[in-house]
Ligand binder design. Structure first.
Ligand code: GLU
Length: 462
């Protein structure tokens, strides 16, 4: 078989959303799996709705997700190719030439200033109640689409349709098909919402005497139950790729999650390296049933990838989230920033929660949670434990976390108590809360002076 050529054909008329990213990904995966070519084509014929900012968002989002295109508009290391231009707005001459071909072959005609595609078959007239006029219908068998995912689909077409509007602009169906023909696209992988257009596309292929490519319509993405019913829309929370970029999600985690929205590796594995997904991805593996978006699952996938980052990668990724606020930006310059990140890494679910989660490491101006305080102070003899901790802190070896943990255990044993009797009050005093990394890890990163100051300061409030 000749080389696979697939394309992602977005229109720059809105924000880049999960559904578009998933369509791009499935095309990219199929190209990479088969050693084929992944084309980016910009369908920007709708002059009123297109916008350069949305176009740049397409380039940025694909690049951020790592979905590099082999042919298409040239951006960074992506793009170029022999089948351009790759923006429909630059392909007017090609469309004109193809209109000419259909007119010459008797498969198109002019009427009311527009150009129509002519169906082949017996014609008859009928009064259409809905449109309140007489229309010409064409008797012909249903158009058959052998869809690689949906199976055999039959659709009726019984009227000629416009291919160039009276204002001179060619319509979506027409330019889409000409591009797929001239770019030698072999497989059309796109959202199921385009299945209803496909019969027209098949007829146009036939009109040009070209065998249609393989069609593979991928199932819709539905809202998660808490979002309501129906198809996920651009307005739903969590629908835009930009949002995940701002929240410092890791692109490989999103890609991994999106791959599972409608596809599975044939077993119940979820977290998989991209190379493994590329190896296993195939069109027969794409489900027919709709996929349900689940923001929690995506966040969980992101957490699994976060835990795998090296300490240096984690600190670099985290720093970006601290940079977005004037309050937390200086924290990244603290000498113990990387140490704090290392301590927090196994504990956090997302990068965005880090500035809040670790704030007390960088400022003395943190709040003691009143509810936690009430709970901690109600149990045992926290004041006595704190006094002992203060003494202990003055003398203990602060050079390593393990030594501190050992020493705290010894202190507890020497008093006939447990580690826990010291932990809650110590945590409250030095962090203001009851959650966080290990207490001796916190002591170690803060150092003796600051730990002591915080313990003493809290003691004076009792
Ligand atoms: N421009 C169309 C869209 O954004 C894509 C059509 C296609 O993939 O054939 O939905």
């Amino acid at each position: 078989m000749s080389q696979v050529r697939v394309r992602f054909a977005p229109s720059p008329t809105g924000f880049f959303h999960i559904g578009s990213a998933r369509t791009a990904l499935f095309n990219w995966l199929y190209a990479r799996h088969t050693g084929g070519v992944f084309i980016l084509r910009i369908e920007d014929t709708d002059k009123e709705r297109n916008n350069e900012a949305f176009l740049n968002l397409i380039y940025d989002s694909l690049t951020w997700l790592g979905l590099n295109w082999d042919e298409g508009p040239k951006v960074g290391a992506c793009g170029g190719g022999d089948f351009g231009p790759y923006r429909q707005s630059d392909r007017g001459a090609i469309y004109k030439e193809h209109v000419g071909k259909l007119l010459a072959a008797g498969r198109a005609y002019e009427k009311d200033g527009a150009i129509w595609f002519k169906l082949l078959g017996e014609r008859y007239e009928i009064f259409d109640e809905h449109r309140k006029k007489t229309v010409t219908k064409v008797k012909m068998p249903p158009v058959v689409i052998e869809d690689r995912i949906r199976g055999r689909v039959e659709r009726m077409e019984d009227e000629d349709f416009v291919i160039v509007r009276s204002d001179g602009n060619p319509v979506f169906h027409f330019v889409n098909v000409i591009d797929d023909i001239t770019m030698q696209v072999t497989h059309i992988i796109r959202g199921e919402d385009h299945l209803s257009n496909t019969s027209k596309h098949v007829l146009l292929y036939e009109g040009f005497g070209v065998k249609p490519p393989v069609f593979a319509h991928i199932p819709l993405i539905l809202k998660s139950p808490e979002m309501g019913q129906g198809k996920m829309s651009k307005r739903d929370k969590g629908a835009l790729i930009e949002e995940y970029q701002q929240r410092h999600f890791l692109p490989p985690a999103i890609v991994n999650y999106l791959a599972l929205l409608g596809w599975n590796p044939g077993d119940d594995r979820e977290k998989m390296p991209i190379a493994e997904i590329v190896r296993l991805f195939d069109l027969p593996g794409v489900n027919q049933s709709n996929a349900k978006f689940d923001g929690k699952k995506l966040a969980n996938m992101n957490m699994l990838y976060l835990q795998e980052l090296s300490p240096v990668e984690f600190a670099t990724t985290s720093a970006a989230s601290f940079m977005t606020s004037v309050e937390t930006k200086p924290y990244t310059e603290a000498p113990h920033f990387s140490q704090v990140m290392q301590l927090a890494q196994p504990k956090v679910k997302s990068i965005e929660e880090l500035p809040g989660y670790t704030r007390y490491f960088f400022t003395e101006d943190f709040v003691i949670d009143a509810k936690v305080r009430e709970k901690v102070m109600a149990k045992g003899e926290p004041k006595a434990r704190l006094a002992e901790l203060i003494e202990w802190t003055r003398a203990v070896d602060f050079s390593g976390e393990a030594a501190l943990a050992e020493a705290l255990k010894k202190l507890a044993e020497s008093k006939g108590l447990g580690f826990g009797d010291y932990q809650a009050v110590a945590r409250l005093a030095v962090t203001g809360t009851n959650v966080g990394p290990s207490i001796t890890g916190i002591f170690h990163v803060l150092g003796r002076e600051r730990t002591l100051r915080r313990l003493e300061r809290f003691f004076t409030t009792l």
